[in-house]
Structure formats: C-alpha cells, structure tokens
Design a protein around this ligand. Structure first.
Ligand code: 9MR
Length: 341
C-alpha cells in the first residue's frame, strides 16, 4: 500500500517536471502584443530555447505577451555550424516551432558576427573565409526560409571609436564583407528583410556616424539592405538625448528601423526608486520607437531570472520587465502605458 502511494507521487512528480512546472500567473492589463498591434508595431523578446523547453510559465508568457521572438543564442555561428559543414539546427528549430504555434514572427540572429564564432572560422584565410561565409549563409538562411522573416545579417561591425571593428571578417575581406553578406542572404531568401544590427549606436556619436556612412554606401550601391537594428542595452544613466534624432536620420535614408535588444540594467540591489527610474527609461524607449515609426521593438529577455546582464555584469541585474518569478515590475506597466494601455 505504502509502495503504491510512493509510486503515485513519483508519477505525479514526473508529470509535473515533464510539463515544465506551474502555469504562469496572468499579468495585469492587456498583453503587450495586443497593445502593440493597435500601434502597428511588432513587440518581441529574446528567447532561451533550453529554458523554454523546461519551463511552462516561461513558454506561456512568451506566447501570451509577444508577437515576435529572437533566439538569443541558438542561431549564432558557434551553435549552428560548430564544425565546418556540420549544421545543428535542432535547438533553433524548437524555437521556430513554438513561435509558429503562437503565431509569432521570428527575427534571425545572427549570420555574421565577430563573437560566438567557432575557432575553425578564425583560422581561415581570405578565400576560405569567403567560401565559408557563402556556405554558412546559404545553408542557414535556406533552412529557415519562410519561417524567419527578418535576419540580423551582420552584427556589430563598427568599433566604439568609429573604426571598422577588426573582426576576422574585416581583417581578411575588408569592409566588403558586409555587402557580400547581404547579397548572399538575399540570394538565399529574397523575401526576408535584411538588417544590420549595432550596439552602442543609439545616440549621435563616432560609432553611429560610421554606421550611417556604411549603410548609406550600401543603399547607394544597391546592396539589398532593408533596415538597421539598434540594440538599446541601457542602464540608469538613461538614453542619449539625441537618440530619436539619430534613429530619424537613418529612417530618412529609406531604411526600416527596429529596436532589437532593449534592456535597462540596474545596480544591485534594486529598490523602489531604481525600479521606477528604470520604468521611465523603458517608457522612453517605447515612445522613441513609436516616434520614429520603428517596425519592431524587441526586449533582450523579459524576466530577471534569464538575462545576460545579471549573468555577465557583476553588480548589475534586474534589467527586464518582470521579476525572476514572472511578476510585473514598474517597467512592465510603463511599457503598457507607452503602448496606449
Ligand atoms: O544574451 C546573449 C548571451 O546569452 C550570450 O552569452 C552572449 C554572448 O556574447 O550574447 C548575448 O547576446 C548579445 C547579442 O547576441 C548581440 N548583442 C549583445 C548581446 C548581449 O551581449
């Protein structure tokens, strides 16, 4: 008899674990995706595939709140082609399948980046590197054709002082690697929107000036670029005063604008005042995005339990809209308000 009880409890526990734990508590107000839709905006989040697999409340929140998702790491070169010519699409496919079920769009991140690059790519000479880029882009974009509507084709090509970042791509192939990457991506999926994505180029500064030059040239040369993504990794220092003017000058080139990785890091421990200040900055990000008619606004994660800031910046954290238990922070309400909720 006692054994029977133990078996039943064990089975119930196994079911609990398999379904991914408890359901998400409903969040107050209208979902962000509903509010954003009324403004003609896609609203998204970065997603961790491994966590989505294990955690039901995390999955439910993504499906309920967001209309687009960006795999946070699963489409990066290191993960998707760790050995030359050997592609591992499984983890990214899982995210794509879930997004399809939740009627979400997918932003592909990212094809050509100096970081999270497997060692073998760094060892190639110019010819071989170009050949590897051709294969990588054709295979990856081809695999997700029809599912991934937008690609961050080139990520972070400019250094903070405004030079071309000395990545393996820039050193072997010069600035032309950027145009080449866009042409290859367009060839692999002519319907996908192709973006150049940059970090720290929110305000008018040496970096965004160089970025402006690069994308102006790409446009002039007829390279198939559709948009520029601005990441918006912020903290309580706030946003540069001229961020709207900066985004507007890029929009004036005839390019789509997206905010692609927004978060606002807070010095630990967070308190009410810091979180209210954080909420104001989130609100400014949304309002800025609406002012420049950006196409989409993606947060780089939505729960403090899964954010690169707490994982990589000592003394910083609490960077997202929801607590680690998926409860709303002031920033969540501020984003709802800025979206008209
Ligand atoms: O959030 C990502 C983190 O999980 C990874 O460890 C990290 C590796 O560099 O990349 C993070 O995402 C980055 C994104 O891909 C590009 N822009 C900067 C983001 C934060 O570092």
């Amino acid at each position: 008899m006692a054994l029977g009880v133990v078996v039943v409890i064990a089975v119930l526990c196994a079911i609990w674990v398999l379904r991914g734990g408890a359901d998400a508590e409903p969040l107050p107000g209208q979902p962000l995706r509903t509010l954003a839709k009324a403004k003609g905006l896609e609203i998204g989040t970065a997603v961790r595939g491994d966590h989505a697999k294990r955690n039901r409340a995390y999955r439910q929140t993504i499906a309920a709140q967001f209309s687009t998702v960006t795999p946070e790491n699963e489409m990066k070169w290191e993960q998707i082609e760790p050995e030359r010519g050997e592609f591992e699409f499984g983890p990214a496919d899982d995210i794509v399948d879930r997004a399809r079920e939740a009627k979400q769009k997918i932003r592909g991140h990212t094809l050509v980046w100096h970081f999270q690059l497997p060692g073998w790519v760094r060892e190639l000479g110019p010819r071989e590197l170009e050949a590897a880029m051709r294969t990588h882009i054709a295979e990856v974009v081809g695999h997700f054709k029809g599912d991934v509507g937008v690609w961050d084709v080139v990520n972070e090509p400019v250094s903070d002082r405004g030079g071309l970042r000395p990545s393996v791509f820039a050193r072997r192939l010069g600035e032309d690697f950027i145009a080449l990457a866009f042409r290859l991506a367009h060839r692999a999926d002519p319907d996908a929107k192709l973006y150049l994505n940059e970090i720290g180029a929110e305000g008018i500064n040496a970096k965004s000036d160089r970025l402006y030059e690069i994308v102006s040239r790409l446009k002039r040369d007829g390279v198939p670029i559709d948009g520029v993504g601005f990441q918006f990794h912020a903290n309580l220092d706030g946003l540069p005063d001229d961020h709207v003017a900066n985004l507007q000058r890029f929009a004036a080139l005839g390019l789509d604008i997206a905010i692609t990785e927004a978060d606002v890091g807070v010095p630990l421990p967070p308190d009410g005042q810091k979180l209210d200040h954080q909420a104001q900055i989130y609100e400014q990000i949304v309002r800025g995005c609406l002012t420049v008619t950006c196409r989409s606004l993606t947060f780089w994660g939505f729960t403090d339990s899964r954010s690169w800031i707490s994982e990589t910046q000592p003394g910083m954290g609490a960077a997202t809209l929801l607590t680690d238990k998926l409860a709303p922070k002031p920033a969540f309400g501020a984003v709802q308000r800025a979206l008209g909720g």
